[in-house]
Design a protein around this ligand. Structure first.
Ligand code: PLP
Ligand code: SF4
Length: 470
């Protein structure tokens, strides 16, 4: 009897194996193709000659990262001169000469660049300008294209949306990005730009906090900069507790590029990480959400160090969301964006926004079109969980705020003009975005150089925008 049963069991197992019980809707994905679950853990920084003997513990020490930050073109050139051609060095030297941003690159970022292919490398493109790739600015560009200063009741505080405010707490960052929207205020003055001051002075902070106390409708504050990574632990505590003490403030975010470009600080700067944790935990007891918004742009920025750092934040129950900037030759193809979303999801970072590149001085080569954004959006939607699918937005020049990239009233691919409205932000107003000239026909590019033609193209687009409004 017993043996009979066994026999029967065996034979039914056989049936299972022979006639697979699942209909194979898709072929299983080969392990080797699941690239987003194995971030690199090699000693990649040792490829930089000066750091060939630097061990892991030294490399992840945030003080070492600060001490070895690359802060001048000369330091950069000497760090990599043995790895690149003379022609490339010269190109970077000239590129820096024309850049509106100050220079600062973390050793982590510098060593993630593939120095065998520096021209194509997506991290190099974001942080190091090369003169041969620069393009003239679009004629519609102004320095503060988002008009953050126009919507500012007190220096460094922008109150544009009904229930949220943006507080620029300080003017420094752990790195300076070529594409920074706030190049009007962030970093040191350069040869080309004298900056607006948003220094971390007590007086300026007190005025911003005092304003927020008088505005019961504000529930949400973005603490940005500069970058919250540069705030000292005691500044995080002061600001965090002051905001938590205001009953109407229900949520706020620390905006920092740090987790993407210097993740080791989370692991080794215990004072900083503990300060953020203290605010998040007190917030949670008050039923208020405090989280971190960060800024990864390319899958290469996610390493084993990022994984360890983000796991630590996750264990502490700290929500982290990501806001990318869409950049030509960096992340403007579906495969890269899908890989980025998956890698971020793997380290529990929610892809929140992808911004169409703002009109920023000296970065025309990095901008893409609204069409690119709409096409990428189609590819991403459906590739993974909806809550790990970013929304593509255009931060409409002129202060309209963020609009869904595909929600234009009108879009003329020939002139590259898209027209947006923002009924809850600036009722009745129109906001125009301009595709980079490189993507337009040679004749239309010439029209843009002519003031009369330019005005005609703009008024024609506005009229169509009104006519076709949905
Ligand atoms: C982006 C931004 C915010 C926050 O907007 P969300 O869509 O909630 O992320 C707030 N104020 C200003 C001025 C902003 O630019
Ligand atoms: S870290 Fe942010 S604020 Fe600082 S330069 Fe980069 S984009 Fe600008």
């Amino acid at each position: 009897m017993v043996t009979d049963n066994l026999k029967q069991d065996k034979s039914s197992l056989q049936v299972v194996a022979d006639e697979a019980p699942f209909r194979q809707v898709h072929e299983p994905v080969p392990e080797a193709d699941i690239t987003w679950r194995s971030p690199r853990r090699d000693a990649f920084w040792q490829a930089i000659p000066a750091w060939k003997d630097v061990d892991y513990d030294t490399f992840i020490d945030h003080k070492w990262q600060e001490r070895n930050a690359i802060t001048t073109p000369q330091k950069l050139l000497s760090a990599v001169q043995e790895l690149v051609s003379e022609e490339f060095l010269d190109d970077v030297r000239k590129g820096f000469g024309e850049a509106p941003m100050a220079v600062r690159i973390s050793p982590y970022l510098l060593s993630l660049i593939d120095w065998e292919k520096p021209y194509a490398d997506p991290i190099r493109r974001q942080f190091l300008p090369v003169a041969s790739q620069l393009e003239p600015d679009h004629p519609m560009l102004t320095l503060d294209s988002l008009h953050e200063q126009d919507d500012s009741p007190t220096p460094g505080l922008t109150h544009r949306y009904p229930d949220k405010a943006l507080f620029l707490t300080l003017d420094t960052c752990p790195v300076y990005c070529r594409f920074c929207t706030r190049s009007y205020a962030v970093g040191l003055d350069t040869e080309h730009v004298e900056k607006v001051s948003i220094k971390a002075t007590e007086d300026r902070w007190d005025r911003a906090l005092a304003y927020l106390r008088t505005r019961p409708e504000v529930e949400d504050v973005v603490i940005s900069g500069g970058d919250a990574y540069r705030l000292k632990a005691k500044q995080i505590l002061k600001l965090g507790h002051s905001l938590l003490d205001m009953p109407h403030i229900r949520r706020f975010r620390f905006a920092s590029k740090g987790p993407a470009i210097q993740p080791m600080k989370i692991l080794t700067d215990h004072d900083w990480t503990n300060a953020v944790t203290e605010i998040v935990e007190r917030g949670r007891k008050l039923h208020k959400e405090v989280c971190i918004h960060t800024h990864f742009n390319h899958p290469h920025e996610v390493t084993g160090i990022s994984e360890d750092a983000l796991n630590l934040l996750f264990e502490r129950g700290i929500t982290v969301r990501n806001q990318s900037v869409l950049q030509n030759g960096v992340n403007d193809d579906p495969a890269t964006m899908i890989e980025l979303s998956r890698r971020l999801s793997f380290i529990n970072v929610h892809p929140y926004y992808v911004y169409v590149h703002d009109l920023v001085q000296g970065t025309e080569d990095l901008r893409t079109t609204v069409k690119t954004a709409v096409s990428l959006e189609k590819h991403l939607r459906g590739a993974t969980a909806g809550f790990n699918t970013p929304t593509f937005v255009v931060d409409a020049p002129g202060g309209g705020g963020k609009r869904d990239a595909h929600s234009f009233e009108y879009y003329d691919r020939e002139t590259g003009i898209s027209v947006y409205t923002a009924p809850s932000v600036k009722p009745g107003a129109q906001f125009l975005y301009f595709d980079p000239l490189r993507t337009l026909s040679p004749s239309v590019q010439r029209y843009w150089q002519d003031e009369k033609m330019r005005n005609e193209m703009i008024s024609a687009a506005s009229l169509e925008g009104k006519r076709q409004r949905i």
